[in-house]
Design a protein around this ligand. Structure first.
Ligand code: FES
Length: 155
C-alpha cells in the first residue's frame, strides 16, 4: 500500500524550484514545472549520481543539421556528473551524450624515420564506463498531488 508524505506548501515551491527530501529511506527530488509537480528518484541510472541536484533546462531536437530547435525548456533535468538528460515528467532518458559522440579518426605520431612512435585511442579515449549500447532505464517517478495547498508525494 502507498504511503503518503507531505512535502511542503505550494508557496514554498514556486515554478522552476525543486526540493530534495528523504522519504522511506529514498532520496527524492520534488519539482515544480510550470505549476505541475513531479517527483523523481535522486539516483541517476548511469553511475548513481545525485541526479536531482542537476541543472533544470531544456533540450534540442533536430530533423536535420539545419533545423535544430530548443524544446521542453524547464522540463529537462541534466545529470550533474556526465550530462545525461531526463524528462522530469516521465523519468525517461532523452539525451545520452555518449551515444552521440563526434566521429573520430585513427591518429598516430610518427618519428622522422617513419616508424610509429605512439598511438591514440581510435574511439576518442572515452573511459567513463558508460554503456554505449541499448536504451537507458528510466528514473523512478512517484505520484504527486496537491491537497489543500500541500504538496503530497505517494510511494
Ligand atoms: S551518473 Fe548521471 S550521467 Fe553519469
Amino acid at each position: 500500500m502507498e504511503k503518503r508524505f507531505e512535502i511542503c506548501s505550494t508557496d514554498e515551491l514556486p515554478p522552476g524550484d525543486r526540493t530534495i527530501v528523504e522519504l522511506n529511506g529514498h532520496s527524492i527530488g520534488v519539482f515544480n514545472v510550470d505549476g505541475e509537480y513531479y517527483a523523481l528518484k535522486n539516483d541517476c541510472p548511469h553511475q548513481r549520481a545525485p541526479l536531482c541536484m542537476g541543472k533544470v533546462t531544456g533540450t534540442t531536437s533536430a530533423t536535420d543539421p539545419e533545423n535544430v530547435e530548443w524544446k521542453d525548456d524547464g522540463q529537462i533535468l541534466r545529470c550533474p556528473w556526465h550530462g545525461w538528460e531526463f524528462d522530469i515528467a516521465t523519468g525517461e532518458s532523452v539525451f545520452n551524450p555518449h551515444k552521440v559522440r563526434a566521429r573520430s579518426f585513427d591518429t598516430a605520431v610518427e618519428s622522422a624515420d617513419g616508424e610509429p612512435a605512439e598511438e591514440s585511442a581510435p574511439d576518442g579515449g572515452c573511459d567513463c564506463g558508460a554503456n554505449l549500447e541499448g536504451e537507458q532505464s528510466p528514473v523512478d517517478t512517484y505520484a504527486v498531488d496537491v491537497e489543500d495547498k500541500q504538496i503530497v508525494v505517494y510511494l
